[in-house]
Design a protein around this ligand. Structure first.
Ligand SMILES: Nc1ncnc2c1ncn2[C@@H]1O[C@H](COP(=O)(O)OP(=O)(O)O)[C@@H](O)[C@H]1O
Ligand SMILES: [Mg+2]
Length: 570
C-alpha cells in the first residue's frame, strides 16, 4: 500500500536536522492526489549522484489519446516528447536549496535525436517519469521543510505541467510523432528503392558549432537536390518531399575544401537516428546499419582478420588474426572495417579527413617505386568494389584529392558552395581521357568474412568490493572494472545515456558468452532481450538514464576493451 502525503510529512518532520543518512526513511511509495511518487533510492550524501524518484500519472488522468502512443515508433516519440516537456518543467522548479545538489530536480535530457530511453515510460496504466532529485541539506543536516516543498509541491507541479495533456498539446505532439514516423517510413523504404540514404530538400545540414549540435542559424544554405538524383518520398498526411537519393554501390562526395563535404557526411552518419522537428536533419535518413569508418591509431585490436587489406607485416606479424595494443592508422582503419562487416553493416561512411592516406590509395608512381611485395597494404580503392559486388556493402566516401577513385565509383556528387551536383557522367568521361594507369592490387576476391568468439574470462568488470562495476564517465569513456574504454573515435554515439547503456550491455553480453557464440550472435541475443524487456533489462534498478545504442556501438566498445581476447570461427 502506498503511503499518504501526511505520512511523508510526518517522516520528514521526524528526521529534520538529523544526519543525511536518515533520508533513507523516505524511500517508498506515496499516493499524492492523482499522482504516485516512488522514492526508489536516496543518495548517500548531498554531493553524491542525486536520489532516484519516479512520478506516475494514471494514463486515464493524463488524457492523451491512445493512438498517440500505439506501436513502437509512436511510443518512442511520445515518451521522448514527454521527457523534453518534463525537462523544461524541471528547469522551472529546480533551485539551489543548500549544500551540493540540494534542491535539484531534473530528468535525463534528450538532444537532437529521438531515441528509445528510460526517462519516461508508458506502463499498462500509467505514464512514469524517472527523475533525479537532490534531497536538500545544510551541510549534511536534513532540511525537512525544503524536502517537503520539493517532493510535495515542486516535483508534482512539474509532473502535472509536463505529463498531463492540455489544450496546446495535440499540435505539438502531432508534429513530433509525424516527424519521427516519416523518418522511420523513409528508412524502411530505402532498400526497396535501391538507396542507402536520402537527403530531403530544404534540410539544414551545418551545425551551430563543433560542440553545439543545434542547426546553424544565420547563413545556412539549405539543401537542394541535383536533378539526376532527385526523388520523392510520401510523408504522412498526404504530403511528399523531394530530395537526393544516394544509390547503393560506391558513391563519392567530391568538391573543393570548405565546400560542405564533411558536413554532408556527418549528417548522413547521424541519419541512422530520427531527429526532432526543427533540427534541420529531420529529412536526412540513412540505413540504420551504416557505420562510420576512420583511422584510429593507438586503439587496441583483438584477433581481427584484416588480411583483405593488410598482408604480411614486417617481422612476420600474422594479419589473419591481428591483435595489437597500438594499431597504426592503416591497421586501425582496416580493423574498423572488418569489425563493421562482422556486425552486419551494409553501408560504410568514410571521410578522407579522418582516413589514413596510405590505406585509401597507392598511385601509379608509388606502385612503381615500392613494389607490391614490399607493401603490406592493399589500398581501399582496390577493395571497395569487391565489397559491394561480393558482400553487398555500399560505401560513401568523401574525396577531395584522389581522382583515381573515379574508376571505382557508381555515383559522384560534387559539393559546390554547399550545394550538390551530380557529376557522375563528367567523372567517367575524365577517367576515360586520363587513365590512372594504376595496377589493380585487390586480388581475386575480397576475402572470407570471419566472426570472433569473445572469451568471457578476458572481460573483468570487478573493481573494489563490487563484482560488476561499470561506469560511463562521459560520452566517450567507459570505465569497465579497472579498464578504460575510449570511444572518442566512435562518431555515431550521440549521448552519454547511450554510453551508459553500452557499459551495462557489455555485462549482458558477457553473461551470454559461452565460448561458442560469436560476437554477432551475442549482439543478436542482447538485441532480442532489449526488444522484449526494454532497456530495463540492463539493470536491476529502474534507472532513468539509459538511451538505446545500436549494436554497432555496443560492439565498438567491446572491440576497444584492451583486455579482450577472442578466438575466430570461419
Ligand atoms: N549548407 C551550409 N550552409 C552554410 N555553411 C555550411 C554549410 N555546410 C557546411 N557549412 C560550413 O562550412 C564549413 C566547411 O564545411 P565542411 O563540411 O567541413 O567542408 P569540407 O569537408 O568540404 O572541407 C564548416 O564550418 C561548415 O559548418
Ligand atoms: Mg572535410
Amino acid at each position: 500500500m502506498p503511503r499518504t502525503a501526511d505520512q511523508l510529512i510526518a517522516t520528514l518532520r521526524r528526521i529534520d536536522g538529523r544526519g543525511y543518512k536518515a533520508y533513507r526513511d523516505v524511500e517508498g511509495r506515496y499516493s499524492l492526489d492523482e499522482l504516485q511518487l516512488s522514492v526508489d533510492h536516496v543518495q548517500g550524501d548531498p554531493f553524491a549522484t542525486p536520489s532516484r524518484v519516479r512520478v506516475m500519472v494514471p494514463l486515464a488522468r493524463a488524457g492523451f489519446p491512445r493512438e498517440l502512443r500505439e506501436g513502437a515508433t509512436r511510443e518512442r516519440a511520445f515518451c521522448d516528447l514527454l521527457t523534453r516537456r518534463m525537462h523544461a518543467a524541471c528547469g522551472g522548479v529546480s533551485t539551489r536549496a543548500g549544500t551540493g545538489k540540494s534542491g535539484l530536480i531534473d530528468i535525463d535530457r534528450p538532444g537532437q535525436e529521438v531515441l528509445e530511453r528510460t526517462s519516461v515510460n508508458v506502463t499498462p496504466d500509467a505514464i512514469e517519469a524517472r527523475v533525479m532529485v537532490g534531497l536538500p541539506a545544510a551541510g549534511r543536516r536534513i532540511l525537512a521543510d525544503k524536502a517537503e516543498d520539493m517532493l510535495l509541491k515542486r516535483l508534482p507541479s512539474a509532473a502535472r505541467a509536463a505529463l498531463l495533456a492540455d489544450g496546446s498539446t495535440p499540435a505539438e505532439m502531432d508534429a513530433h510523432l509525424r516527424a519521427v514516423e516519416d523518418q522511420v517510413r523513409i528508412r524502411s523504404d530505402l532498400r526497396e528503392r535501391g538507396l542507402v540514404a536520402f537527403v530531403g530538400d530544404g534540410s539544414v545540414l551545418p551545425r551551430r558549432s563543433g560542440i553545439d549540435p543545434r542547426p546553424m542559424e544565420a547563413g545556412a544554405v539549405r539543401f537542394e537536390s541535383p536533378h539526376d538524383l532527385r526523388m520523392t518520398f510520401q510523408l504522412s498526411g498526404g504530403r511528399a518531399v523531394g530530395g537526393m537519393g544516394i544509390p547503393e554501390g560506391v558513391t563519392l562526395i567530391v568538391g573543393g575544401g570548405y565546400h560542405g563535404k564533411s558536413t554532408l557526411l556527418s549528417a548522413l552518419e547521424l541519419g541512422v537516428y530520427d531527429h526532432v522537428p526543427g533540427d534541420g536533419r529531420e529529412l536526412v535518413v540513412t540505413m540504420d546499419d551504416a557505420v562510420k569508418i576512420r583511422a584510429e591509431d593507438g586503439r587496441s585490436v583483438a584477433g581481427v582478420d584484416i588480411s583483405p587489406f593488410i598482408g604480411d607485416l614486417p617481422f612476420g606479424g600474422d594479419t589473419s588474426s591481428f591483435s595489437t595494443q597500438n594499431a597504426s592508422g592503416s591497421t586501425s582503419q582496416a580493423a574498423n572495417i572488418i569489425e563493421a562487416l562482422e556486425c552486419g553493416a551494409s553501408v560504410l561512411l568514410i571521410d578522407e579527413d579522418t582516413s589514413a592516406t596510405n590505406f585509401m590509395i597507392r598511385d601509379r608512381r608509388m606502385q612503381e617505386l615500392v613494389s607490391k611485395a614490399g607493401e603490406p597494404i592493399t589500398p581501399f580503392i582496390d577493395k571497395v568494389r569487391q565489397m559491394y559486388d561480393e558482400l553487398g556493402v555500399s560505401t560513401i566516401i568523401v574525396v577531395g584529392g584522389a581522382g583515381d577513385y573515379f574508376d571505382v565509383a557508381d555515383t559522384v556528387v560534387r559539393m559546390d558552395a554547399y550545394l550538390p551536383a551530380d557529376v557522375t557522367g563528367q567523372a567517367r568521361e575524365i577517367a576515360g581521357r586520363h587513365p590512372s594507369e594504376r595496377s589493380f592490387e585487390g586480388g581475386a576476391a575480397f576475402g572470407t568474412p570471419t566472426s570472433r568468439v569473445p572469451d568471457a574470462a578476458s572481460l573483468e568488470p570487478a573493481r573494489g568490493r563490487r563484482q560488476e562495476r561499470v561506469d560511463a564517465k562521459s560520452l566517450d569513456t567507459i570505465l569497465f572494472g579497472r579498464t578504460t574504454i575510449d570511444l572518442s573515435s566512435v562518431e555515431q554515439l550521440v549521448t552519454v545515456s547511450q554510453t551508459r547503456a553500452i557499459g551495462d550491455a557489455i555485462l549482458l553480453l558477457r553473461r551470454h558468452m559461452d565460448g561458442a557464440l560469436t560476437l554477432p550472435e551475442l549482439l543478436d541475443a542482447v538485441g532480442r532481450e532489449l526488444d522484449s524487456r526494454g532497456l530495463d533489462a540492463l539493470s536491476r534498478h529502474k534507472l532513468g538514464g539509459y538511451a538505446r545504442p545500436r549494436r554497432h556501438e555496443i560492439a565498438a566498445a567491446l572491440n576497444r576493451l584492451r583486455t579482450l581476447r577472442v578466438t575466430q570461427r570461419r
